[in-house]
Ligand binder design. Structure first.
Ligand SMILES: [Zn+2]
Length: 191
């Protein structure tokens, strides 16, 4: 099993045994950002490519430890209540950001950073149609919420390597892609 296809979602807990190399990244958006090494190198190539099309992209959030996610979750639950936190913050241990392979992308425009729901529509389309060239998929697409377990997040990219093109061109989520592979290979294994 290719470790870059690891599945972490509300039904599959992150198991920190894949030995990903997590490195510091130089993000202009905020200090102390980290990501898996190959993921970051792929991002740097995508960043240079995007700039040619007028999009100055940056990493808003990358690797997050389980401890950090506990703090984010508790903080949100305290401020807005447990139900709200459960809906909008990944349960610690079940966030794809624990792998280091997930990057939330922001856009710098006129000395200002645009994040998440404030990102322009044309940029979301650009991410969707170009990220695969660098090994990324948009992990939580619109209309596949029941399959991924998350609301659509056009800014959340997931590094999967060279299989990204296949996943993108067949309009699949990682869940659907992995299921297809299992059916094809004719046996089941623990994802
Ligand atoms: Zn994210």
């Amino acid at each position: 099993m290719n470790k870059y296809l690891v599945l972490v979602n509300p039904w599959n807990k992150w198991n920190d045994n894949l030995d990903f190399k997590i490195i510091d990244v130089n993000s202009r958006y905020a200090l102390n950002r980290m990501a898996e090494e190959k993921t970051y190198l792929a991002f740097k190539s995508f960043q240079a490519y995007a700039l040619k099309y007028g999009y100055d992209i940056e990493i808003e959030s990358g690797y997050r430890s389980v401890d950090y996610q506990v703090k984010v979750f508790d903080n949100c639950a305290q401020k807005k209540g447990l139900e709200y936190a459960k809906k909008y913050v990944a349960t610690p241990g079940y966030s794809e950001h624990h792998t280091g392979l997930a990057l939330d992308i922001c856009l710098k425009k006129d000395d200002k950073f645009f994040i998440e729901h404030n990102l322009p529509e044309d940029f979301k389309v650009f991410l969707k149609d170009n990220a695969f060239k660098f090994g990324f998929i948009v992990r939580y697409p619109i209309g596949k919420e029941d399959i991924t377990g998350y609301n659509a997040e056009p800014w959340h990219l997931r590094y999967v390597g060279s299989l990204a093109e296949d996943i993108y061109k067949n309009n699949l989520t990682l869940e659907e892609y992995l299921e297809k592979q299992i059916v094809k290979s004719g046996y089941c294994y623990q994802l």
